[in-house]
Design a protein around this ligand. Structure first.
Ligand code: SAM
Length: 289
């Protein structure tokens, strides 16, 4: 009956559906974006509390079922369904996002929302438990990773509810959790691609010292190429203005030293530490993309 490739596990427990919608604190003036409404167990509760719901559902069969479910009700006018892949559609304006989608798309889904503009009030999102715990992990915790840092740079994330697999039909293999995401305003003043480029290097081995992670030859070659590009953009002549003994590895060490992070490990660094490091690199002419 349900399409396994589309991760169709329908939420059967009305208390969980109610809990999710309650956590969204909807206002009667809100436009809600729901991702993956399925048969509409969460949708019908959203519709009761908002001005408009736009639901993005990939499976035309379920979209048709949802259309039928609201037909003839007072809520019918409030619901727009977009049949398509959330990752590919242009998003409309919305105040709040609510999602219970397949776990394969968790990561691109989060970043599509985090980089969406204009900024929305909040998102209530159901994920596989481990993914949710990564989103909220703090420096020093086992699950702290590049995902945690990237998401926490852009948003405040709270774990708000555990949802056991038996609340779904058919039950999925893994436990779930609901998180609440609120974008930071104003957005942090960083170039996200540069930021992510730096984090990719630091989190290859998050327990290794920064100095150690920067000794890889492919990393040094990439930094040297980018450094030369920056020089040529700025009109600096590599062979004239850059000192003869310029060695990219040595320059990297100087930057790490200037912020006191040579022996620091990414696993223990917080957002401000990463920002400080990125700025020091950028000021010294380094680029990570
Ligand atoms: N939200 C419903 C509920 O709680 O009962 C259904 C949840 S079910 C886990 C996931 C839903 O997302 C399914 O209806 C599936 O067809 C839909 N879906 C899967 N991939 C999608 C995508 N890329 N874009 C939009 N919807 C998707």
């Amino acid at each position: 009956l349900f399409n396994k490739d589309l991760g169709q596990h329908i939420l059967k427990n009305p208390l969980v559906a109610k809990g999710i919608v309650d956590k969204a604190n909807l206002k009667s003036s809100d436009t809600v974006l729901e991702i993956g409404p399925g048969t509409g167990n969460v949708t019908v509760r959203i519709l009761e509390q908002c001005k408009k719901t736009i639901a993005v559902e990939m499976d035309p069969r379920l979209a048709a079922e949802l259309t039928k479910r609201v037909r003839g009700t007072p809520e019918q006018k409030k619901l727009d369904i977009i049949v398509g892949d959330f990752l590919k559609v242009d998003l409309p304006y919305f105040d709040v996002c609510i999602s219970n989608t397949p776990y394969q798309i968790s990561s691109p889904l989060v970043f599509k929302l985090l980089l969406h503009r204009p900024i929305f009030r909040c998102a209530i999102l159901m994920f596989q438990r481990e993914f949710a715990l990564r989103l909220v992990a703090k420096p020093g915790e086992t699950l702290y990773c590049r995902l945690s840092v990237n998401v926490q740079l852009l948003a405040k994330v709270d774990h708000i509810m555990k949802v056991g697999k038996n609340n779904f039909r058919p039950p999925p293999k893994v436990e779930s959790s609901v998180v609440r995401i609120e974008l930071r305003q104003p957005p942090p003043p960083v170039d996200f691609d540069e930021w992510d480029g730096l984090l990719r290097i630091l989190f290859v081995r998050k327990n290794k010292t920064l100095s150690g992670n920067f000794k890889t030859s492919s990393v040094l070659e990439m930094l040297e190429r980018n450094y030369k590009t920056v020089c040529s953009v700025k009109g600096i002549k590599i062979f004239k203005d850059v000192p003869m003994d310029f060695k990219v590895g040595k320059e990297v060490e100087k930057v790490l030293d200037s912020v006191g992070f040579k022996e620091t490990r990414a696993a223990k660094m917080d957002i401000d530490d990463f920002l400080k490091l990125l700025n020091a690199f950028i000021d010294a002419g380094f680029r990570f993309t």
